[in-house]
Design a protein around this ligand. Structure first.
Ligand SMILES: C[S@@+](CC[C@H](N)C(=O)[O-])C[C@H]1O[C@@H](n2cnc3c(N)ncnc32)[C@H](O)[C@@H]1O
Length: 249
């Protein structure tokens, strides 16, 4: 007898991105573990609501419950990587506690990961650390990432023929510049504006949701317009998630 955990990728916005495999795992789950917002951002309301909506839509019956996990505070000063490592370790202790107390010895729990759990998501790293505290088994159900949502909406291939693609963040783009093709995520600062004007950009915000925004062209032509759209949408919704693909050649 052992506890089981599903880490379920739920897709990056549209409930229709939920796969048949994810639906099966959702229906096996008795307890959904969710980070509470800790008063962090009201803007996460929409995302929390989507998770609940996915459960209501795809789970037959109502024989499941949510357990909110308090998020330990993260140190603001000092070394960034050390602060993240300490924060993950503290989260691992909270999660281990919850798994041990909320799940029966043969119970099934789940964490719902936005998009795919392998992409800029710490769930798998933390669960790896949880294993040091409590006995359980886990599997991973892949999901549609914001990258697939972006390329599908713009109807473009991700890579040029035989060429690599870099997946990176706004900060890395600002520090290292661009060569070839890059997908940029987690960019709060319109870092594409620092790229040469002939760089081509395919941008998408709130992908897969009714608020979806798309724009494409060269950075010189559409860069400023995207920055304006982004600022306006962010002010209107109180939050924004955007992703873009850049090609320079
Ligand atoms: C913490 S990462 C999580 C990525 C997620 N695991 C995935 O597979 O897409 C959050 C970043 O993903 C991107 N993102 C996620 N969902 C998005 C959406 N619906 N529209 C645009 N960008 C999105 C944004 O760049 C956002 O800053």
């Amino acid at each position: 007898m052992t506890r089981r955990i599903h880490v379920i990728g739920i897709g990056a916005g549209d409930p229709d991105y939920v796969t048949a495999e994810a639906v099966r795992a959702l229906n096996h789950t008795q307890v959904f573990f969710a980070m509470d917002k800790g008063g962090l951002k009201d803007d996460l309301d929409d995302l929390v609501a989507l998770r609940r909506l996915i459960c209501e839509r795809f789970i037959d019956g109502s024989d499941y419950r949510f357990v909110e996990l308090p998020d330990p505070p993260r140190a603001k000063d000092g070394d960034y990587r050390q602060a993240v490592a300490d924060w993950h370790a503290a989260r691992a202790r909270v999660w281990a506690d919850a798994i041990a107390t909320e799940l029966d010895d043969d119970g099934v729990g789940a964490f719902l990961a936005w998009g795919d759990p392998s992409l800029y998501d710490s769930t798998l790293r933390i669960l790896d650390a949880v294993a040091a505290h409590v006995d359980f088994d886990y599997d991973v159900i892949p999901g549609v990432t914001a990258i697939q949502a972006l390329t599908a909406r713009h109807r473009i291939p991700l890579n040029d023929v035989g060429e690599p693609v870099l997946i990176t963040t706004g900060r890395q783009l600002r520090e290292h510049g661009l060569s070839g093709t890059a997908v940029v995520m987690l960019d709060g600062e319109c870092s594409f504006l620092g790229c040469p004007p002939q760089t081509r950009i395919w941008w998408g915000a709130y992908l897969g949701t009714p608020d979806e925004l798309l724009a494409a062209g060269s950075v010189g032509e559409v860069g400023e317009k995207i920055a304006e759209m982004r600022a306006e949408a962010r002010a209107r919704h109180g939050w924004i998630m955007d992703t873009y693909l850049l090609r320079l050649r």
